[in-house]
Design a protein around this ligand. Structure first.
Ligand code: GLN
Length: 486
């Protein structure tokens, strides 16, 4: 096995045994990046110099016996909407092309404090709006399993980088599915923690009541490791909650005997690929063999999810993105004498079509006379969807669903049809509306050889249970040693 194919925990062991150094791992990853990046395009910015410096520091710490835990010396990548003071933070947008943050995001501070080696900033849909990474100002990212296909989005670069071996693990953000959907399309594990579990200080906001930071990893144990590092209360983010952070790794290997797994009937919708349904059936069979009981449940308001999300998300985005005015951040249109003219020209030149579409929808939905009909109504639907989950978790331990209706689609296939693109998130966005944690893990391949993902959901702050179930399932599913043929 080559170095870039390893997981965090397998490298952790080899580092501990002194079989390898962080510098060697980091070099191997940059060699891999050199070999495949021109085809995949996972990154917007690479941080070669600082990465090598962190790797050397990690090795020196280890020599002195001062290692900082499982992430020390491990190369990771960051979605380019997490603020870093030593590299630009672009959000995949022209308007922030040269923006340098004066501070590091909390999660970045935490990764650095844990000794992680930060490799660079990954490509994404502009301001995280999209499901294919095609709306990035910096060009498309391709799916390592099939270069003619999208990697999913908006954290497409973070997912493709893990799948292609261009990092060991990465961070992404998930507002409606942006971690789980690309994870499913790239054959990796993606986890969105509970709203409030991870500090969002230094995460550039898209929709503040939905956004959450999480990880993309090669397996469940790595997911548990990263969550253990990034979770926890932060007084700089008033929406982060002071729940204690358990040792998530302790829950792995405990099994799910006697658990009840809910399978929502509403998730078998028109347009879903039979291969996606079969993946869920395979997972359900495996869970039964582990001693769990699979029970059909109902989440009756699921069908309103897309409509509610595409009011709430754009409404909050239109407000959050008002700050890009050509004065305080990034791009500024030249030669404008009137203030309003400066705003207009900067925003016209700086934002792409999808971002403008969201701003227009959001502004409309919030405008006087329409607020009650749209935003308020959508918020009421959201409450009903939340109650559906409360009821369901009164009966079951976890919920099992497909992650996406189909495997990765072709580049260009949906980019001119926003409604079809929006439907990519039909199974993932309910978790954001409710605030519960969700995770996608690989579950076989389509006939064409594209990875399929299945989704597990759990109750608020039940990441321990979510990881416990996912780990058991991962071990029970047949091991497939396929790798992207890059
Ligand atoms: N694809 C969804 C959207 O475009 C979700 C994006 C996300 O989770 N950031 O809004």
């Amino acid at each position: 096995m080559e170095l870039h194919e390893h997981t965090i925990h397998s490298l952790e062991e080899r580092l501990r045994e002194g079989e390898i150094t962080s510098l060697e791992i980091t070099k191997a990853i940059f060699e891999r990046i050199e070999a495949v990046e021109d085809r995949v395009h996972s990154y917007i910015t690479l941080m070669r110099e600082s990465a090598f410096e962190s790797a050397r520091q990690s090795d020196r710490r280890r020599e002195k016996g001062e290692t900082r835990g499982p992430l020390d010396g491990i190369p990771v990548a960051l979605k380019d909407l997490l603020c870093t003071k030593d590299a630009p933070t672009t959000c995949g947008s022209h308007i922030l092309e040269n923006f340098m943050s004066p501070y590091d995001a909390s999660v970045v501070e935490k990764l650095r404090a844990a000794g992680a080696v930060i490799l660079g900033k990954t490509n994404m849909d502009e301001f995280a709006m999209g499901s294919s990474t095609e709306t990035s100002y910096f060009g498309v990212t391709r799916n390592p399993w099939d270069l003619e296909r999208i990697p999913g989005g908006s954290s497409g670069g973070s997912a493709s980088a893990v799948a292609a071996g261009e990092c060991i693990a990465s961070l992404g953000s998930d507002t409606g599915g942006s971690i789980r959907q690309p994870a499913a399309h790239c054959g990796v594990v993606g986890m969105k923690p509970t709203y409030g579990r991870v500090s969002r200080y230094g995460l550039v906001a898209f929709a503040s009541s939905l956004d959450q930071i999480g990880s993309l990893t090669k397996d469940i144990e790595d997911s548990a490791i990263i969550l253990g590092v990034i979770a926890g209360h932060d007084k700089r983010d008033s929406t982060s909650l002071p729940e204690p952070v358990p040792d998530y790794r302790k829950f792995l290997g405990r099994g799910i005997e006697g658990w009840v797994v809910g399978i929502p009937e509403e998730y078998y919708i028109e347009g879903i690929d039979p291969e996606a349904t079969e993946a869920v059936e395979r997972a359900a069979e495996a869970m039964k063999e582990l001693g769990a009981e699979c029970r059909e449940i109902s989440l009756p308001h699921t069908r309103y999810g897309i409509a509610a999300y595409y009011i709430i998300g754009p409404a909050e985005a239109s407000s959050n993105l008002a700050r890009y005015d050509g004065i305080r951040y990034g791009l500024r249109a030249s030669g404008r004498k009137q203030l309003i003219d400066l705003y207009r020209s900067t925003r016209a030149a700086g934002f792409g079509a999808e971002v403008k579409r969201r701003i227009m929808i959001g502004t409309y939905a919030l405008s006087s006379g329409y607020y009650d009909a749209y935003y308020k109504k959508a918020s009421q639907v959201r409450t009903l969807m939340k109650r559906d989950f409360d009821d369901a978790f009164g009966i079951c331990d976890v919920i099992l669903t497909p992650t996406t209706p189909t495997a990765a689609f072709r580049l260009g296939e949906k980019i001119d049809d926003p409604l079809r693109m929006y439907l990519s998130d039909v199974f993932t966005l309910p978790a954001n509306l409710a605030g519960i944690p969700g995770l996608s893990l690989p579950c076989g391949f389509t006939e064409k050889g594209l990875p399929l993902g299945i989704q597990l959901l759990a109750g608020y702050f039940k990441e321990d249970k979510l990881l416990q179930a996912a780990y058991a399932l991962e071990k029970a599913l047949p091991r497939d040693q396929r790798r992207p043929a890059l």
